[in-house]
Design a protein around this ligand. Structure first.
Ligand SMILES: Cc1cc2nc3c(=O)[nH]c(=O)nc-3n(C[C@H](O)[C@H](O)[C@H](O)COP(=O)(O)OP(=O)(O)OC[C@H]3O[C@@H](n4cnc5c(N)ncnc54)[C@H](O)[C@@H]3O)c2cc1C
Ligand code: SF4
Length: 322
C-alpha cells in the first residue's frame, strides 16, 4: 500500500472542498488499497458528517443519510414496516461485522468483485486500465453479468442493497463543488459500453448525502430473494427485488429489479409490463421471466444464470403474491 494523508471532515463543505478520496466504512476501499487497485494519496473520512439519520419526508417518503450503517438501516422500524425489501436485501449481504461498518453511501459505490479487476497482476482490465482489454471475456466468467454487458466489460454489479433501491425507485441526493442535485437511481449507474471505468453519474468531488425513498405504496408486498453458492456471506448469482400490489388474484402494479446478473442493478421493465393487470399465476410469472431475460448474453461459464434468474423471478413473484 502506498502512503497517503488522512483527514476527518467535520462538515459537508469541508469534505467537498477537498480533492481527496472519501472513505466511509472502508470495507471496499481499504481492501482495494491493500490490493493496489485503488491508490489514493489523500483520504477524507466522512463518517463524522451529520448524515447518519433516517427521517420521514413531508411527502411520506423516507430520507436515509449516507452515513447510516447497513445494520442500522436494516433494523430501522420504518424500513422494516414499509420497505421490507430493503431490510431483507441488506441483511442478505456480507456479514454482521461488515454491515456494522458499511454505510449507505459506500454500499452505493462498492466496486465489482471481478477477480481480474481486483488483481493488478492482470494488466488487461478495461475498468481498471482503460483500453487494455478484458481478461474475463474468454477467462473465468462464472460470476459475471449476462445483462447490460459490452465487448469491453462483463463485470457484475455486486450490491444487494442497490437492487432493492432500484425496485423502490430511490433518488440519490448529492452535493459537490457546484452545489446540490438529485439523481434518480435509474440514471445513477452507467452501462459499461466502451468506458467501463465510468461507473456512475457522480462528478469529481461530489458526495452522496442522502438516499430518498418515495412514500410507501399501500398494501404492497415486498420480497428480496437471493440465490448464491452458500446460504450466507456470499454474493448473489441471481437475486430479485419485488414490490408488488396483488389483489383479487391479479397483479395491479409491480416493480422488479435483478441482482447478480447485470452490469448495474437491473430494472426488469419487460417483466413488469408483462405482469401488470395479469392474473397472479405461475404461467404469467414464467412468461414475464422469459421477457426479462430476452436480452441476456451469457459468457462461456455462466449460461446457467439465464435459467437461474428466471426461476428467481418466478419464485419471488410467487412469494410476493402468496
Ligand atoms: C468479504 C465481503 C463480503 C461482502 N458481501 C457483500 C454482499 O453479499 N452483498 C453486498 O451487497 N455487499 C457485500 N459486500 C460489500 C459491502 O457491502 C461494501 O463493502 C460496503 O457496503 C461499502 O460501504 P463502506 O461504507 O465500507 O464503503 P467504503 O469502502 O468506505 O467506500 C466505498 C466507495 O464509496 C466511496 N464513498 C463512500 N461514501 C461515500 C459518499 N457518501 N459519497 C461519495 N462517495 C462515497 C468511497 O470513496 C469508495 O470509493 C461485501 C464486502 C466484503 C469485504
Ligand atoms: S469484466 Fe470488466 S472488470 Fe472484469 S476484467 Fe473485464 S473489464 Fe475488467
Amino acid at each position: 500500500m502506498q502512503s497517503f494523508s488522512y483527514e476527518k471532515a467535520q462538515s459537508v463543505e469541508q469534505a467537498t472542498g477537498t480533492t481527496g478520496k472519501f472513505i466511509a466504512g472502508g470495507t471496499t476501499l481499504v481492501d482495494l488499497m491493500k490490493l493496489g487497485v485503488e491508490t489514493p494519496t489523500q483520504l477524507v473520512d466522512v463518517t463524522a458528517l451529520p448524515l447518519a439519520q433516517v427521517e420521514t419526508l413531508p411527502n411520506g417518503g423516507l430520507r436515509i443519510g449516507a452515513m447510516v450503517r447497513n445494520s442500522d438501516l436494516a433494523h430501522h422500524p420504518a424500513v422494516g414496516k414499509d420497505y421490507a425489501v430493503l431490510s431483507e436485501a441488506l441483511l442478505s449481504g456480507a456479514s454482521p461485522q461488515l454491515r456494522n461498518m458499511a454505510t449507505t453511501g459506500g454500499n452505493l459505490l462498492q466496486r465489482t468483485r471481478c477477480p481480474y479487476f481486483r488483481d493488478p497482476s492482470y494488466s488487461n482490465c478495461n475498468k481498471r486500465n482503460p483500453g487494455s482489454g478484458c481478461a474475463a471475456i474468454g477467462g473465468h466468467n462464472r460470476m459475471m453479468a449476462i445483462l447490460g454487458t459490452s465487448d469491453a466489460c462483463i463485470a457484475t454489479h455486486p450490491s444487494d442493497m442497490c437492487v432493492a433501491l432500484t425496485a423502490l425507485e430511490a433518488t440519490i441526493q448529492v452535493e459537490g463543488p457546484k452545489g446540490k442535485r438529485s439523481i434518480a437511481i435509474a440514471d445513477f449507474y452507467k452501462l459499461p459500453g466502451t468506458t467501463p471505468n465510468v461507473e456512475n453519474a457522480l462528478e469529481p468531488g461530489e458526495l452522496i448525502t442522502y438516499v430518498d425513498l418515495p412514500a410507501p405504496r399501500k398494501a404492497s408486498k415486498q420480497v428480496y430473494l437471493k440465490l448464491r453458492d452458500r446460504a450466507s456471506y456470499e454474493f448473489a448469482l441471481a437475486s430479485a427485488a419485488v414490490v408488488a400490489e396483488v389483489s383479487g388474484g391479479h397483479v395491479r402494479a409491480v416493480q422488479i429489479a435483478l441482482g447478480g446478473v447485470g452490469t448495474r442493478p437491473w430494472r426488469a421493465h419487460e417483466a413488469e409490463a408483462a405482469l401488470t393487470g395479469k392474473p397472479a399465476t405461475a404461467a404469467h410469472f414464467r412468461a414475464a421471466a422469459e421477457d426479462a431475460l430476452k436480452g441476456a448474453k451469457p459468457s462461456s461459464e455462466n449460461g446457467f444464470k439465464v435459467e437461474l434468474a428466471k426461476r428467481c423471478i418466478v419464485r419471488a413473484m410467487t412469494m410476493a403474491s402468496a
